[in-house]
Design a protein around this ligand. Structure first.
Ligand code: SAH
Length: 218
């Protein structure tokens, strides 16, 4: 077992399919060559444009809480490097991943195609609106933190579906799991405190004039 899976186990990740996905997807392929030595450290890393590839433990926790089944159809918001989308593609039937920055979307799409993740579609759009053409989804994961739960994401969940997302301020958020129990009945659980880059869009934070937020360094 590689160092990364050992660290995830030590932090309490027990889902064997999640650990297996981490073993199958080479994280070093999703970072700049200059950061390859750090690719297996349990920390976020810069991917340019003020964004980060998330800390492996937080990705693993999100995947575990999404409670994925092999035939699930999943939506991810915040493609970034494409790493979490690659893990998702090993855990479920199909993945739509949405990224607002065209450069990141293009790089991730090329990388995912090159690595053979052919059950993933990368869409360049505002993910706070979800992605209606692929709805409803069995699970939705969001890799950027907004001030509230975007209603479009709730409405694109199947009954029984799970939405895992960070919600709160720009400095710190709570990682939440929202489960759809019925057409207008949702159950919300708090998982832990986290620090994600901002979710920017119609149901997220407004875009800052003159550039992006600086990324958190956790
Ligand atoms: N899952 C990624 C983590 C990327 S960080 C990985 O494994 O590398 C979060 C990403 O969310 C950033 O790339 C950022 O540009 C993107 N993002 C922020 N707001 C968004 C929005 N409204 N829609 C889609 N992507 C968004």
């Amino acid at each position: 077992m590689r160092i990364l899976e050992k660290q995830l186990r030590k932090h309490g990740i027990t889902d064997s399919s999640v650990l297996e996905a981490f073993a199958q997807v080479p994280r070093e392929e999703f970072v700049d060559p200059s950061l390859r030595q750090l690719a297996h450290a349990d920390r976020p890393l810069s991917i340019g444009y003020g964004q980060t590839i998330s800390q492996p433990y937080i990705v693993a926790l999100t995947l575990e809480k999404m409670a994925l089944q092999p035939d699930d159809r999943v939506l991810e918001i915040g493609t970034g490097s494409g790493y979490a989308a690659a893990l998702l593609s090993r855990l479920c039937a199909s993945v739509v991943t949405v990224e607002r920055l065209p450069e990141l979307a293009r790089t991730a799409q090329d990388r995912l195609a090159r690595l053979g993740h052919d059950n993933v579609i990368v869409v360049c759009a505002d993910g706070t609106q979800g992605y209606e053409p692929g709805a409803p989804y069995d699970a939705i994961g969001v890799a950027a933190g907004g001030p509230e739960v975007p209603s479009a994401l709730c409405s694109q969940l199947k009954v029984g579906g799970r939405l895992v997302l960070p919600v709160g301020g720009q400095e710190e958020q709570a990682l939440l799991r929202v489960t759809r129990l019925g057409s207008s009945n949702f159950h919300e659980e708090r998982i832990c405190r986290v620090r994600f880059v901002p979710l920017i869009g119609q149901q997220g934070w407004p875009e800052l004039e003159g550039g992006e937020f600086s990324p958190p360094n956790e």
